[in-house]
Design a protein around this ligand. Structure first.
Ligand SMILES: Cc1cc2nc3c(=O)[nH]c(=O)nc-3n(C[C@H](O)[C@H](O)[C@H](O)COP(=O)(O)OP(=O)(O)OC[C@H]3O[C@@H](n4cnc5c(N)ncnc54)[C@H](O)[C@@H]3O)c2cc1C
Length: 458
């Protein structure tokens, strides 16, 4: 019998264990993870140049450190960024916990430097232009780990947990939860029952639909939230220079006409590389990252459009999967890319045309085509309207050669109902991080883990 069983070794799960150990708890902790240990995680694409669809799990999205291991590790240090956890625990407490958790990252070797803290003339000018374009600029200091450094930092955390007696079981996946009379008693892990006093589900976006299915099977109270569907934009650093230098990451939010859906920028990577990640059923989704030292000539960032569903349809994850599948089908299983000018002219992009402009795609196996044949009308029109707004802040953003990769989808639309102490409707069951629907980033997921650990020790 285990005291604390943690399912998923992403930041949320790891920081639960880490804070329990730091607070000298003597609880027996087991972490089960469907992927590998961080020291054994490597994406073959670095050598092969193209995605080989690793089985049983994608090294980018699975394994110790979760989706964070290969991310460029931008820690957002404001409660206004990274998810809705502050609505649950209160913004002031959330900010205090971000500052606290940030210190833990520093202890494990995070870079001291923080970007976007000074209110310089450049930032004021960007904000002025954003206001004129009907966009909100969110202030958010960023600590940038860098992809390769994030990997080393999480390796130090993995070693620390193992040295302190945490049992980490790679290649173990949770298939079911054991719930008896409204109390969680453990989980079925790789075909075997594992009993535990407390069960923490922290399965990330990868395990979001599994958790949604658990909600249906075991009547764990949940609600459907928003689903974000969009594109990853790639353009030359020269165009983005001012914003990159002043802010590193510009968090812009707008509600373009006619639909007034919320559209926002997300995960900006100056000098970065567009990346591919694979989900269940081989769904290929685009993302982006940047290295601390190795730089490209391009900047990439996501533009995401939020969608709500209520009646009669309320399965946002399924909706987003269908859109993603359609895009994958048109790209023969690959990420699709199209030039903005071609979208405006109503034509597809051809592979040879990708090398005609200044922007060279940093995702070499992306397939040129027509994303407008698969992205829903409402989403596409909202994204194009938003791009025109951003062009007023960053002249050249809406250039014909700007590349739009798709699908960029964020699977965090299933939201688990819980109180401010993170208690769910099932006793002894806690749901954290991106799969809970309350977080969307490394820092907020880590904070949720720290908050739970402290609650468990009260
Ligand atoms: C390429 C990329 C770049 C990113 N860049 C940034 C960034 O710069 N800044 C930022 O704040 N955020 C970034 N993110 C998002 C960030 O990584 C996530 O928000 C964060 O990792 C969420 O943490 P988590 O613990 O909730 O889940 P995850 O990190 O997704 O971890 C969940 C873990 O659970 C495992 N799992 C799933 N289902 C099961 C199961 N049934 N049984 C056992 N294990 C299971 C998965 O294998 C995974 O390892 C990026 C994501 C990607 C993919």
């Amino acid at each position: 019998m285990t005291d604390v069983l943690i399912i998923g070794a992403g930041p949320a799960g790891i920081f639960t264990a880490l804070e329990l150990i730091r607070k000298k708890s003597n609880k027996k902790i087991v972490i089960v993870e469907m992927g590998d240990l961080i020291n054994r995680r490597s994406c073959p694409k670095a050598k092969t140049g193209k995605c080989v669809h690793c089985k049983p799990t994608c090294h980018i999205t699975s394994g110790f450190a979760g989706a964070g291991a290969f991310s460029d590790g931008k820690l957002s240090l404001s409660y206004e960024v990274g998810g809705d956890l502050p609505d649950l625990i209160g913004p002031e407490f959330a900010q205090r916990m971000i500052d606290y958790t940030d210190k833990i990252y520093l202890e494990f070797g995070a870079d001291e430097h923080v970007e976007g803290v000074e209110a310089t003339e450049e930032i004021k000018d960007i904000r002025r232009k954003a206001i004129q374009a009907d966009l909100k600029l969110v202030d958010c200091p960023i600590r940038h780990l860098g992809t390769e450094k994030a990997h080393d930092l999480y390796l130090r955390i993995q070693n620390y947990l193992i040295e302190n007696g945490v049992e980490i079981l790679p290649h173990h996946d949770a298939q079911d939860l054991i719930i008896e009379d409204g109390v969680c008693k453990g989980a079925v892990i790789s075909g075997k029952e594992m009993r535990a006093e407390t069960v923490v589900v922290a399965t990330g976006r990868k395990g979001a639909d599994w958790l949604e299915s658990m909600c249906r099977t075991h009547k764990i109270e949940n609600e459907s939230g928003v689903v974000d569907i969009g594109v990853r934009v790639e353009l030359r650093n020269e165009v983005m220079e001012k914003v990159n230098e002043a802010l590193y990451e510009s968090k812009l939010i707008g509600y373009p006409k006619p639909f007034m859906n919320k559209v926002r920028t997300f995960c900006q990577n100056p000098g970065g590389f567009v990346a591919q990640e694979n989900y269940e059923n081989d769904l290929a989704v685009v993302n982006g990252h940047s290295f601390k030292d190795k730089k490209s000539g391009n900047t990439n960032l996501a533009i995401l459009c939020s969608h709500h569903f209520s009646v009669p349809f309320n399965q946002p994850i399924l909706y987003a999967q269908k859109v993603g599948q359609l895009l994958n089908m048109l790209g023969d299983g690959n990420i699709l890319v199209q030039r903005l000018g071609d979208i405006r002219n109503g034509k597809r992009t051809w592979q040879k045309e990708l090398s005609q402009g200044n922007v060279r795609p940093t995702l070499p196996d992306a397939v040129a085509g027509d994303i407008t044949s698969a992205i829903p009308y409402r989403t596409m029109i909202s994204i194009l309207g938003f791009i025109d707004q951003v062009d007023k802040v960053v002249p050249g953003f809406a250039s014909s050669e700007t590349l739009l990769y798709a699908p960029e989808i964020k699977f965090y639309s299933n939201r688990i109902r819980m109180d401010e102490h993170l208690n769910t409707s099932i006793k002894n069951l806690y749901c954290l991080g991106d799969s809970s629907g309350w977080t969307r980033g490394l820092m907020m997921a880590s904070v949720m883990g720290v908050v739970l650990a402290q609650n468990l020790l009260k």
